[in-house]
Design a protein around this ligand. Sequence first.
Ligand SMILES: *Cc1c(COP(=O)(O)O)cnc(C)c1O
Length: 393
Amino acid sequence: MALFKATAYICAFNTANTLMRKIEMVDLKAQYRKIKPAIDQAIMEVVESAAFINGKPVQEFARDLEAYTGAGQVIPCANGTDALQIAMMALNLQPGDEVICPSFTYYATVEVVALLKLTPVFIDVNPKTFTIEAADVEKALTPKTKAIVPVHLYGQSVDMEPLLALAKQHAIPVIEDNAQGIGGTYKFSDGRVKKTGIMGEIGCTSFFPSKNLGGYGDGGAMFTNDEQVAAKLRMIANHGQQVRYYHDMVGVNSRLDTLQAAVLRVKLPLLDEYINARRAAAAFYDKAFANHSQITVPERTNYAYHVFHQYTLLIDGDRDGLVKYLQEHAVPSMIYYPVACHQQKAFAGKGKVIGDMGNTELLTKRVISLPMHTELDEEQLGYITEKVLEFFK
Ligand SMILES: *Cc1c(COP(=O)(O)O)cnc(C)c1O
């Protein structure tokens, strides 16, 4: 078996006729090589300063990110999951309060809901955009609904305008899970354009290395335009204290490392360029798979600027066979996500499920994400698309 795999691997290189670079799901090594001097210097400066906790780059990065996103305030924290948890803690939710969220998302979105003893209310997604819609949120509303969590999945904004209107009408705060959406935008019907993550009461993001703006370890941040909310988020992330050793409430310890902030400060000015590279790869894939009877390319909406955290196809056929075929030809792929949140063991008997979840359950069986990163070249893209198409012949 191992021998067979190795042979297939060598063949993969021969087919391309030159020494094609190994295809990675995310190629962080190649990306680093291009920015090595700036990154190495930024890291050395932190090491020399020994200000590992709350060093100057942390605040500088927060200011840079405020300027980039247009957020009133950016509050850095340790990771995206913490950002979501701290956001929910800041809303004074009580055990049993209901939080409406998609079931088709990364598990962290809903894990924090359960951790805080709140009730996740799972709703279905639009099967074309992979995201939740206001009409389904409305069906899930009860007097106990205390928050709505839209997730900008794969890098495409949720249709926020109707959702924000509904939330406003019922005075329910919106927490955006922007872990996959950073750099993306949403266009309102009056022409205004806003970055994802700054449209709800609180936006949350992650700097996990493979995210669109990734550090060299864990990291996260919260966005808000409300100063009081910002103060609260800061306090909760800092052991519930505003003044050192005076704790006004029970909080957590969640900080962005100075080293991570220093790396992220180097990478933030490159984010738009990185997004362009992702979009170019997506356009290549789109063209190759256009009008294929068994492959559906990701839908583009007229309101979202898609930043392609993932490039995800819908397969009408043997999806798992395709994964295996690609693997045999040295093309990595991933299933995001094979199990919906409401079907996870951890949620057995917990939470509420609204409707039949038909779309969500179908998506778990049909989606496949192809390699997507900033360093894909045409030779690699050509090879990947050739292998995908070959499988269906
Ligand atoms: C990555 C991710 C998170 C969690 O971020 P971490 O930094 O890994 O804790 C939350 N939600 C979504 C949608 C994500 O993709």
